[in-house]
Structure formats: structure tokens, C-alpha cells
Design a protein around this ligand. Structure first.
Ligand SMILES: [Mn+2]
Length: 321
């Protein structure tokens, strides 16, 4: 039996299921979670959706977004826990023992190449553009009717994880899946108006700061910017607002690797990486305990900002020579 069939069998045996997505959720985490929950509810199952962080404003058009809640200490773990779009169990942001019971069966569905196969059942498909692409297959296998709300949620996941069908992870399969989703009523306009054409002013202020403070090295093959705590405060932006800004750096001609450093606390620096054609930024992030995909990855460095910048740049510079 293939892993997806085992997962289907396990789901069909269950009546209470908890679905967890990664903290600071993006469109793929939320779209996959909501689509799977709607599908399982259609099959008569009782579903709980957990996320440590609030659903960002730009995703609050998704059906049932308000049912995604932080873990409730008073609710025991479900017998079946499904983790979506999480490369590691840590990505949920909770200590594992707080949310997973000792008897819980853990299903791990993801598309990050760095996935640690932490589940009892692991369906990890790095060639998939988004976890939402995998959920589309799973719902098909479960004979769930993909209605307008499910289609919109899956479309959101795929559209946002592919940079609107531009990134290298976009395949013919991606377009076939999305074609089917649109046929089933996915509301493309709703996604466009709420996500792409709904950027708040503080994010634009942060973008202005970043563009004014770009740094280049390695013959301009590397472009980077650092956001200090002070810059967050003065722009009024939050860490959520950094989502997507790195693409402005990557899109510059001649740049192969783009990096954004975010100072979250005095000795805690989050680093995001993107590469354009050939540099493997998953390998770079892994050197600092992070990971992701060859063209998009991230890590956290527990050093002060200047030190973090120099240790990361040293590794990236090696990777582009
Ligand atoms: Mn994803």
C-alpha cells in the first residue's frame, strides 16, 4: 500500500481528527488546513483546526478561518493528528508533548524537501508545488466533493506558494489541478482582492525601508537586507508583513541569492533565503538548523544581528562561488 492509501485508510477509520498547520501560517498552511477540514466534515467527521498564531487579515476570506484556534490546554489530543505543511514538528510552535498524545497517530503531509518524516505516516512530496496540491489528491481519493469553498482554499494555497504560478515549483500538474479547481468554482477574484491587492501601508513602509537599504556582495550575485527591531517599530510593521518582500531582492537582474535578516529579539535573527536558478538555499539553511526548499528556505540564528549576518553571508558566499 502506498503512503497516501495508508493515510486514506487511517482517516476513514477515524471520527475525530485534529489538523495542525505551522505557526505564522501562510496561504498554503491555511488553505490546506481549511480544505482538508471542510472535506472531512463532508464525510461526517468531527474536525478541530489548530494554529498557534492568529490567521493574518489577508486570509480572512477563507471559509471557516475563524475556527482555526490556538491549542486549548483543556482539550485532550485527538486519536488522529494530521500535520500539514510542517517540515518538522517544531514548526507548529508548540512543545510536541503539549499537543500530541502518547497514543495519537500522527500523519505528516508536506512538500518540504527538508521534512524529517516525523509522523507515523509520512507523505512528503518535494515535487509538489504546495501542500494544497497533495490535499487535492487526498480529497479525490476520499471521494470528497470539491465545492466552491474547498476549491478556493486549495487555490489560495497553490497560488501563494507558487508566487502566482511563477516559481520553479510550478508544474503542468499545478496548472491542471488549478484548472479543475477553477472549474469547481474557486473564487480567483476573492484571492486577488484579499491577498494580492490588499497590502497594508505598514508593509509598504517596510518595503520602502528595505529598498533604501539593500546590500550586495559576490559580484552582486547576493542581495541582502536586514530589518532591526527598531525598523519594525518605526514602520509599524510586524514580522507577518515581511512575507513576500524578499522577492523584490531576488527579482533584481544578476542576483542569484536574496536574503532578508529579521531581528526578532536581541540574539534571535530569522533569516529567509530565495534563489533564482541554481544555488541550493535549502543546504545553506540546513547549516544553521533550518531548511525548506532548494529555491526558498529559512533558519533562525541565535546571535546578535551583525554576527548572524556575517556568519550567514560567509556560507552563502561559498555557495555562489
Ligand atoms: Mn507550502
Amino acid at each position: 500500500m502506498t503512503e497516501i492509501v495508508k493515510i486514506k485508510e487511517q482517516i476513514k477509520k477515524s471520527d475525530k481528527i485534529t489538523i495542525v498547520s505551522h505557526c505564522h501560517p501562510d496561504g498554503d498552511a491555511l488553505g490546506s488546513q481549511i480544505a482538508l477540514a471542510l472535506g472531512l466534515e463532508q464525510l461526517g467527521m468531527e474536525v478541530t483546526m489548530i494554529n498557534k498564531d492568529p490567521v493574518p487579515q489577508t486570509y480572512r476570506f477563507l471559509k471557516n478561518w475563524e475556527l482555526i484556534k490556538p491549542h486549548d490546554e483543556n482539550t485532550g489530543p485527538s486519536a488522529l493528528m494530521i500535520f500539514l505543511d510542517c517540515a518538522t514538528l517544531d514548526r507548529v510552535g508548540y512543545p510536541v508533548e503539549n499537543i500530541v498524545g502518547s497514543n495519537s497517530v500522527v500523519i505528516n503531509i508536506d512538500h518540504h524537501i527538508s521534512n524529517t518524516n516525523f509522523g507515523h505516516l509520512n507523505w512528503v512530496e518535494p515535487s509538489a508545488a504546495a501542500t494544497a496540491e497533495l490535499i487535492y489528491d487526498l480529497l479525490g481519493l476520499l471521494h470528497v466533493k470539491i465545492d466552491k469553498d474547498i476549491a478556493t482554499a486549495l487555490y489560495t494555497g497553490i497560488s501563494t506558494d507558487t508566487g502566482s504560478f511563477l516559481y520553479e515549483n510550478t508544474t503542468a500538474t499545478t496548472h491542471l489541478v488549478v484548472s479543475d479547481l477553477i472549474n469547481r468554482g474557486a473564487d480567483v477574484g476573492l484571492v486577488r482582492l484579499n491577498y494580492y491587492e490588499n497590502i497594508n501601508i505598514s508593509k509598504i513602509n517596510l518595503l520602502k525601508y528595505i529598498l533604501n537599504n539593500l546590500k550586495f556582495c559576490s559580484d552582486n550575485k547576493i542581495c541582502w537586507a536586514a530589518i532591526k527591531q527598531y525598523d519594525f517599530a518605526s514602520s509599524g510593521a510586524t514580522d507577518q508583513d515581511t512575507e513576500g518582500l524578499i522577492n523584490y531582492l531576488k527579482n533584481i537582474s544578476g542576483v542569484e541569492v536574496a536574503i532578508i535578516f529579521r531581528e526578532m529579539a536581541p540574539e534571535q535573527v530569522k533569516v529567509s533565503f530565495r534563489s533564482k536558478k541554481w544555488a541550493d538555499v535549502n543546504l545553506v539553511a540546513e547549516k544553521f538548523g533550518g531548511g525548506g526548499h532548494p529555491r526558498a528556505s529559512g533558519c533562525t540564528v541565535n546571535e546578535d544581528l551583525d554576527k548572524a549576518i556575517s556568519s550567514v553571508l560567509r556560507v552563502v558566499m561559498e555557495s555562489v562561488t
